[in-house]
Write a protein that binds this ligand. Structure first.
Ligand SMILES: Nc1ncnc2c1ncn2[C@@H]1O[C@H](COP(=O)(O)OP(=O)(O)OP(=O)(O)O)[C@@H](O)[C@H]1O
Ligand SMILES: [Mg+2]
Length: 772
């Protein structure tokens, strides 16, 4: 059973689910032995993905009364007293035989209860159909038995829960046991699979790239925009024209040729050349793995960081590329821990796999002592932190010691990240220290001499989508440490240590091990599958459809798992009330959004509403929504807000490639993005000043309290606090900085808030269901 799913759904054969009962005859035609507690179907190698009874996911559809049922029954057998009716119905529900019959018809206790409540309400509130009226009258006069109500109850239950009639169809749609068969064109090819396995910095990507660069056509699929961009540059520089495709950007090779190899000098218009329809796409393309085209054919394909096939959120994109790419040669680069899984997958496609193993090209030494103090940082050091607050405080402390710092973290715009990387890599630059999150952890080449882990704890996404603080994995530790002493950089030997002495033994243990083997590849439902589900269950929300899909789907869990759908469902619930065609709704829910940023979520909702009203989202509309133009940041809170605005612009561009008619101002928005990237870059260059100002704001915050006191004492104190500062920044960060709560207390508070939020969602779902 798939890890993390604690309850095992009762296993039954599908042939037992054949309907055995005719609701129209009024008698049970046959009754079968054997329990039927669920709707699962499990063969030796396949199991249900189940987080509890899926029946809880089904919401009863209101059953409309038949307008022809007007008093006919009454004319035959006289009027029924409501009290008598109630007595009969309640007696029916209490009968153990009813439970058995219901379960034989796919109705478990949970559904039975809901269906009964709906049936009883319906009987009491509307005129009964004549046959039911007569049957109840018969029971009342002793000429019938309460069991005789079952066919009528079942008829009602099937109207209230339409899935009971189409369970087989739903299960067929969500049968994910043979994903290799989804890609017939790839199956018709004789693909050669080569696995480049080895530790970080062993030349895996380099060797695959040599083949790619000399091929007639090729595709590079990588995990990060930054990596795809690096390949785009390398390829064009080496004379192999290559386009760039990410979710938010299309760049043609000719753009590279007409420009200097300098990210900062590129303008928005120049990055749009691929959007011009008259330009023929180049034979080579570098893309983020989700954007891999399965319709084009290539001589060589590279799928980088293949171990990410097991990623709980994004693994499906690697699986799709491995199974569906139409390429004569497919080069997989990554950790050896993924070899067995990919070999097993190749067995299902009938393809042979060649393994090429590599050794690290430079030495990586774990130091015997920790850094102890930031006084000990040296040129070429990169301090890796796992949260932004640490990034801020560490970079401030280092700058206070007279060093210039380059800063890289995930939510920075790509231009800013590259500018910071270039500043650090440039041997002539005075910036010799970097402070970064694990955003630098995958495949990127930086001129780092020593990696210093500021801590070894980071939030980890669990199987159920929740986050908890945990020690980083062996793979993460190796990937991050592997950034030191990059082959061909200024440093021939890499070093690694921790900031705190107590972390060093843990780091040594982590680095002495091999990464855990990847045992399963991710899968996720397609838009077509969701559409078919919606066709069968037209009253269900998209979030419920996804839940039902995940619960009903069958996967071969010896090889695959269903990826986390929490992010999708979060957006689906947020926009459920906005009227949209299903396909558009599905696309909106796939948008890559950081759902922890309220500003981004709120603007996303505004975008969806505007789309729903069929009003194009122009540059003016967007400028209004984000309050553009925005001034340079004065505080860290301003900077954080600008990053969120940048995310909104990226979201616009992402949507523009899916709905070009409704998001028409791509060029103009890209111009804003370029401008904003530059503003954020400036902010990062002056991060210490921003931190100082933020502290001032905090002090002024305390002054505000003084103002109250001042007013009383007649003394005038002018606040420096700018309206909106607090709204833009994170209150939690301010409280920690102020020392009003400790980071530990904050963590606990966040946990409690998450639990509260989940409870609220569950409660509102229950209320919604009740109302329905
Ligand atoms: N044979 C080679 N000749 C010249 N440079 C090389 C060679 N092999 C690797 N390099 C260079 O060494 C660096 C590391 O190589 P590469 O990025 O291919 O490593 P990797 O194994 O893919 O690492 P990671 O696991 O971090 O992705 C790159 O800058 C690459 O260009
Ligand atoms: Mg690599």
């Amino acid at each position: 059973m798939y890890k993390g799913f604690s309850r095992i759904w009762t296993i039954y054969c599908t042939d037992r689910l054949q309907p055995c009962f005719s609701p129209f005859v009024g008698r049970v035609l046959c009754s079968r032995n054997g329990k039927l507690g669920g709707i699962g179907y499990v063969s030796k190698r396949t199991k249900k993905h189940d987080k509890g009874g899926p029946s809880a996911l089904f919401v009863p559809v209101p059953v409309k009364p038949n307008p022809d049922d007007i008093n006919i029954g009454e004319e035959f057998t006289g009027r029924l007293k409501k009290q008598d009716l109630l007595k009969i119905l309640n007696k029916f529900y209490q009968k153990a035989e009813v439970r058995v019959l219901a379960s034989e018809n796919g109705i478990d206790d949970q559904l039975l209860h809901q269906a009964f409540l709906s049936f009883r309400r319906h009987c009491l509130e509307h005129d009964l159909p004549p046959d039911l009226h007569i049957t109840i009258s018969d029971i009342l006069v002793g000429a019938g038995h309460v069991d005789d109500l079952f066919p009528y109850f079942l008829r009602h239950a099937r109207l209230a829960f339409p899935h009971l009639d189409c369970l087989e169809d739903l299960k067929k749609i969500s049968d994910l046991r043979t994903p290799a068969n989804w890609y017939p064109q790839a199956r018709n090819m004789n693909r050669k699979i080569i696995f480049h396995a080895g530790p970080t910095n062993s030349g895996k990507t380099y060797h695959a790239m040599e083949k790619y660069l000399t091929s007639k056509s090729g595709v590079y699929c990588g995990p990060l925009k930054l990596l795809a961009t690096e390949i785009y540059h390398k390829s064009n520089k080496r004379g192999t024209p290559c386009d760039l495709i990410t979710g938010e950007e299309r760049r043609h090779a000719t753009q590279y040729n007409t420009l200097l190899d300098n990210e900062e000098e590129k303008t928005s218009e120049q990055s749009l050349l691929l959007d011009e329809p008259e330009l023929t796409p180049s034979k080579h393309v570098a893309c983020t793995v989700e954007m891999t085209s399965l319709n084009d054919t290539y001589e060589v394909a590279i799928i980088d960081e293949i171990q990410m096939i097991g990623d709980r959120g994004r693994g499906w994109a690697w699986t799709r590329a491995v199974l569906g790419l139409q390429a004569e040669e497919i080069h997989l680069c990554g950790e050896a821990g993924a070899i067995n899984l990919v070999e097993e997958i190749c067995n299902t496609t009938g393809e042979e796999m060649e393994i090429r193993s590599y050794k690290r090209l430079t030495e990586l030494k774990v130091e015997d002592s920790s850094l102890g103090s930031l006084d000990n940082v040296r040129a070429g050091d990169c301090i890796v932190c796992f949260n932004k607050n640490d990034i801020y405080s560490v970079s401030r402390a280092i700058e206070q010691r007279g060093h210039e710092v380059a800063v890289i973290y995930g939510s920075l715009p790509p231009g800013t990240k590259l500018a910071q990387a270039n500043k650090f890599n440039d041997p002539d630059s005075s910036c010799k220290i970097m402070v970064a999150t694990d955003a630098i952890g995958l495949g990127i080449n930086l001129s780092i001499r020593r990696i210093i882990f500021y801590s070894l704890i980071k939030p980890v996404v669990k199987d159920d989508g929740d986050k908890e603080m945990d020690v980083i994995s062996i793979s993460q530790a190796l990937q991050i440490a592997g950034r030191a002493g990059r082959y061909g950089s200024a440093w021939e030997t890499g070093y690694v240590t921790t900031y705190k002495a107590e972390d060093l033994p843990t780091l040594k243990t982590l680095l002495s091990q091999s990464p855990d083997p990847v045992t399963q590849a991710g899968l996720h439902p397609t838009a077509e599958q969701m559409e078919l589900y919606a066709y069968h269950l037209p009253h269900a929300s998209l979030s419920s459809l996804m839940d039902i899909f995940v619960h009903l789907c069958t996967v071969d869990d010896s090889l695959y798992f269903m990826c986390n759908t929490e992010a999708f469902k979060f957006l689906a619930e947020m926009i459920q009330h906005v009227p949209l065609p299903l396909r558009a709704r599905y696309v909106f829910c796939c948008a890559p959004i950081n759902n922890k940023l309220p500003f981004v979520c709120a603007t996303f909702l505004k975008m969806v509403r505007q789309y729903s009203r069929n009003e194009p989202l122009t540059k003016n509309w967007l400028s209004n929504a984000v309050d553009w133009p925005l001034p340079a940041p004065k505080t860290i809170m301003d900077l954080v807000h600008l990053e969120a605005v940048f995310d909104v612009l990226e979201l616009y561009l992402w949507l523009s490639y899916r709905f070009p008619d409704m998001f028409p101002d791509v060029k103009l928005v890209r111009e804003i993005e370029t401008e904003l990237d530059a503003i954020i870059q400036q902010g990062i260059f002056q991060i210490t000043r921003l931190l100082r100002n933020s502290e001032q704001v905090l002090r002024d915050g305390s002054e505000l309290e003084e103002i109250g006191k001042g007013k009383r004492s007649g003394k005038v104190i002018r606040p420096h606090f700018r309206p909106g500062d607090e709204a833009k920044g994170k209150l939690s960060e301010m409280l920690v900085a102020k020392g009003l709560i400790t980071p530990q207390m904050l963590k606990k508070l966040q946990q409690e808030l998450t639990n509260d939020k989940q409870e609220k969602i569950i409660r509102s779902k229950i209320n919604r269901n009740r109302r329905k």
